[in-house]
Design a protein around this ligand. Structure first.
Ligand SMILES: NC(=O)c1ccc[n+]([C@@H]2O[C@H](COP(=O)([O-])OP(=O)(O)OC[C@H]3O[C@@H](n4cnc5c(N)ncnc54)[C@H](OP(=O)(O)O)[C@@H]3O)[C@@H](O)[C@H]2O)c1
Length: 288
């Protein structure tokens, strides 16, 4: 019998992936810089994720840099046929661990080749263009130039599908006039709801929406309403937060990040949680 992870699948490019994937950013060292404290533990998390049915992993060569992709390759290559690894380009790391824009045609091309080499792939299944006009949140401005470079790399056969990250609805519309966009990855969770309208519009067009920081990222979600609902359902607050996202819209694909096997198991189990209407309503009310 197929697992709930795969039965509730949604298209991502030319594949269907489970609603609960895995975000690999937390596997690098502190501040997403340098090697992990425990390499074997990081490899074990990746292997267990895939063994449990995860077929969507989110990464970037600027995590580490290079570290996360190298861990994914060490843990999982040769890759299962159904595994979709989604990466992102558009930034680079300074020597002080800062996150810097890297949007020139040369930098974008180099980033695609870095991802191919460190993941050990001939083609990248999905590449998100991570917009850095404002690194901390979407900011208006044309993305035509960098997107055209990425579309050129797609035409060369190095990239199968293109997505966007840290973008406004206007930029999504601009991008869709340039090339097919298969997913949007923005900051969203039950306390950060700026993309509600965008999510619904993308759902109508069958485009995946992949919230980053689904659990609050570096400042984990904390809310008494969330804790109360979780207690009532007999789950953890983080599981309730993930269940809320799964119920929020059918095109939401989750990529919770963790370096812990116990948290990975908890996050995957969130796919089995039924959210009664009153619980959903309470959680809906958390955002201002
Ligand atoms: N496009 C972008 O700009 C962008 C930006 C940020 C992230 N991302 C992607 O989005 C993915 C998810 O974001 P994220 O990892 O930063 O944030 P997140 O998934 O919201 O939260 C991760 C944090 O929550 C903790 N956690 C995970 N599961 C937990 C559980 N069941 N119970 C308690 N704590 C738990 C983790 O610590 P432990 O390790 O201790 O579990 C970690 O500190 C990343 O891995 C990355 O692939 C993309």
């Amino acid at each position: 019998m197929p697992s709930p992870l795969s039965t509730r699948a949604f298209p991502l490019g030319s594949r269907r992936v489970g609603r609960i994937g895995y975000g690999a950013m937390q596997l690098a060292g502190p501040g997403v810089f340098g090697p992990p404290k425990d390499r074997d533990a990081a490899l074990a998390v990746l292997r267990e994720a895939v063994a449990s049915g995860v077929n969507h992993i989110d990464t970037s060569d600027f995590y580490g840099p290079h570290v996360t992709n190298q861990l994914i390759r060490a843990a999982l290559a040769p890759y299962p046929d159904d595994l979709v690894i989604v990466t992102k380009i558009g930034a680079r790391r300074g020597a002080d661990a800062s996150w810097l824009p890297a949007f020139s045609p040369e930098a974008l091309t180099q980033a695609v080749h870095d991802n191919l080499r460190n993941l050990g792939l001939d083609v990248l299944e999905v590449v998100n263009l991570r917009i850095m006009l404002d690194p901390h949140g979407p900011a208006e401005g044309s993305i035509e130039a960098p997107l055209s470079t990425l579309a050129g790399l797609q035409q060369q056969g190095l990239v199968r599908h293109i997505g966007l990250s840290n973008v406004t609805a206007k930029q999504v519309a601009e991008a869709r006039r340039i090339c097919e966009i298969v997913c949007v990855q923005n900051h969203y969770n039950l306390a950060h709801r700026g993309d509600d309208a965008l999510i619904d519009a993308l759902a109508g067009d069958g485009i995946a929406y992949v919230p980053f920081f689904p659990l609050g990222g570096f400042t984990p979600l904390q809310s008494s309403a969330l804790s109360d609902v979780a207690q009532r359902l007999g789950v953890t607050p983080m599981q309730a937060a993930l269940a809320w996202l799964l119920h929020r819209a059918p095109n939401i694909l989750l990529i919770p990040g963790t370096a812990s096997l116990a948290h990975l198991r908890e996050n995957l189990a969130a796919g089995d949680i039924e959210l009664p209407a009153d619980a959903q309503q309470t959680l809906d009310g958390i955002a201002p």
